[in-house]
Ligand binder design. Structure first.
Ligand SMILES: Nc1ncnc2c1ncn2[C@@H]1O[C@H](COP(=O)(O)OP(=O)(O)OP(=O)(O)O)[C@@H](O)[C@H]1O
Ligand SMILES: Nc1ccn([C@@H]2O[C@H](COP(=O)(O)O)[C@@H](O)[C@H]2O)c(=O)n1
Length: 221
């Protein structure tokens, strides 16, 4: 049993991992760690330093000088590489387009898994919600609560499209699907591992989904 309550949440792109985890952390008085941000920040660093993102050796070399930091208070979220605030930049399509290539390199994954565990240990709150693709299985398999947050691809695309102009909606839907296909070759986040509870938000609104997570955490302790 952890002294700090650890909640692990995995799921495909657009399933609501970041937004739901953040709101649930706020409701519970917990910290919140977005692990996709680290893969994105490394992809941003590769682009910034003009490194070939298809070359694993060049990506691994970046890890020797990767001064990454993230805000884990749900009301003070930021992502930095050194002194550069990359919170917005890591969401740009050029970063999203190459992040899966960065995330499939085994040395990158093992380096970041250790980083995620050190961030979990650093929290000064009673618990932390950690979301990503391999949190329930690799990063924190002994978490107090382990959740697979899903929704049909149709629902996820509709939610993403609602954030965008009509013009780019179709392209974004296609990118979401192709990113899931690439990421699924590296980690299985479509099927719940043993002991992992599935929350399917297809028929739930945002607040109901947050409540489902909060209820599960409260009954897991
Ligand atoms: N149950 C829900 N009902 C309606 N909208 C939702 C629900 N859950 C999440 N959303 C919305 O869906 C969109 C995608 O959510 P979010 O960015 O949190 O997904 P994600 O899983 O973190 O995606 P990615 O892995 O691509 O970063 C957001 O606009 C969010 O507000
Ligand atoms: N635990 C994780 C988290 C993320 N990834 C990779 O990072 C990409 C971006 O993640 P978002 O959650 O910000 O969309 C994602 O597409 C994966 O390639 C990962 O491998 N493991």
């Amino acid at each position: 049993m952890n002294a700090t309550t650890v909640v692990a949440i995995d799921g495909p792109a657009g399933s609501g991992k970041s937004s739901v985890s953040r709101a649930a952390a706020r409701a519970l008085g917990f910290s919140y760690q977005d692990t996709g941000a680290a893969y994105r920040a490394l992809a941003w660093t590769a682009l910034d330093r003009e490194v070939d993102t298809e070359n694993p050796a060049e990506l691994v070399a970046l890890l020797a000088d990767f001064p990454y930091s993230i805000g884990i208070h749900p009301d003070d979220y930021f992502v930095r590489v050194g002194a550069v605030d990359v919170t917005e930049a890591i969401r740009e399509p050029r970063v999203t387009a190459v992040v899966s290539a960065v995330a499939r390199v085994p040395e990158v994954r093992s380096f970041l898994v250790e980083l995620f565990r050190s961030v979990i240990r650093s929290t000064d709150r009673p618990g932390i919600i950690v979301e990503g693709r391999d949190i329930t299985t690799v990063v924190a398999p002994d978490a107090n609560a382990r959740i697979l947050l899903t929704a049909t691809e149709e629902a996820r695309m509709a939610r993403r499209s609602a954030e965008l102009s009509t013009e780019s909606a179709a392209k974004t839907a296609q990118q979401l699907s192709s990113r899931d296909a690439q990421d699924s070759k590296v980690v299985d986040f479509m099927n719940a591992a043993d002991g992992v509870v599935t929350i399917d938000s297809t028929e739930l609104d945002f607040d109901q989904t947050v409540q489902a997570v909060v209820d599960l955490v409260r009954t897991s302790d």
